[in-house]
Unconditional design. Structure first.
Length: 291
């Protein structure tokens, strides 16, 4: 009959068998031994069957290489909190990545990268950060149960404070339009156009007896040019928890400013002496109010 898939291997044995029958029964034992030897050689040599040079087959286990999580840890840790990335956020200027909450909190005090000290932005460093969703997905896949633990902590945080748990953001489908594709520019934060003055608040000290006060966390502020020095003083009092008996003096250059003066007027009146790297620089000090 027609040879099957194993016919290429059985035909030589059929030939040997027919030859042994014609030569006599005395050669039967020798032919049987030769057949068994040939079968053992073919079965024991995978290279002969599959045509590989070294006679060895590469299995999936041989191709896969196990890597310890400790080898990857330096690449998925936030250098600020020393924990795994949560909401991984990258600075576009230097491509260093941190947890989102860590880098936003850092920018309250500084406009430089915590890792390389590069100036991210003179006034609004939050402009130059972007969420890195691909890196965050990698972290969640590498660290077992990290995503579940983080979701539970967030849920407990909001529940303990009686707040509504925010729903996860669902990516919106991008409509397919014909013709020339549009380039969509996205930004993490947008500043209203009416906030046209950037202010740098520098502390020049406090007299003895002014009491306990909190240091100002955020010295870079962007406000409307119509804001007055009175508004700035209220901002300082609220943020620093100042005692009502404490007096706040605000100075620009060599000029002691009055409550009614607007920031736009001050910038126009004092000119370049009031501006540093595009910022209106205001110095403030705390003194004891006279009785």
């Amino acid at each position: 009959g027609a040879p099957s898939c194993s016919g290429s291997r059985s035909l030589p044995f059929e030939f040997e068998r027919s030859r042994s029958e014609s030569s006599g029964d005395e050669d039967d034992d020798e032919d049987d031994e030769e057949e068994e030897m040939e079968e053992e050689e073919l079965e024991g040599d995978p290279g002969a069957r599959f045509g590989t040079d070294d006679g060895e087959l590469e299995s999936d286990d041989d191709r896969e290489r196990m890597i310890n999580l400790a080898d990857l840890t330096p690449y998925i840790l936030c250098s600020i909190c020393k924990g795994y990335f949560i909401d991984a956020t990258t600075i576009t200027e230097c491509l260093h990545t941190f947890c989102k909450s860590c880098i936003v909190r850092h920018f309250y005090y500084s406009n430089r990268c915590p890792k390389c000290n590069i100036v991210v932005h003179q006034t609004q460093p939050l402009y130059n950060i972007r969420l890195d969703r691909q890196l965050q997905d990698i972290v969640y896949k590498l660290v077992v149960n990290l995503e579940e633990r983080e979701k539970k902590q967030m849920h407990d945080f909001y529940k303990e404070r009686g707040l509504e748990v925010p729903k996860p953001a669902v990516p919106q489908p991008v409509p397919v339009s014909r013709g020339r594709p549009r380039k969509v520019m996205g930004s993490v934060f947008r500043i209203p156009p009416e906030l046209d003055i950037s202010v740098l608040l520098e502390f020049i000290g406090a007299d003895e007896g002014t009491g306990n006060f909190k240091p100002l966390e955020k010295k870079f502020v962007r406000v409307s040019g119509e804001a007055t020095i009175g508004h700035v003083e209220k901002f300082l009092r609220r943020k620093m928890d100042l005692n009502p008996t404490c007096q706040v003096d605000i100075i620009c250059g060599d000029h002691l400013l009055e409550h009614y003066q607007t920031l736009r007027e001050i910038r126009q009146a004092i000119g370049e002496n009031a501006v540093q790297d595009g910022l209106l620089v205001l110095h403030y000090g705390l003194v004891v109010s006279p009785l």
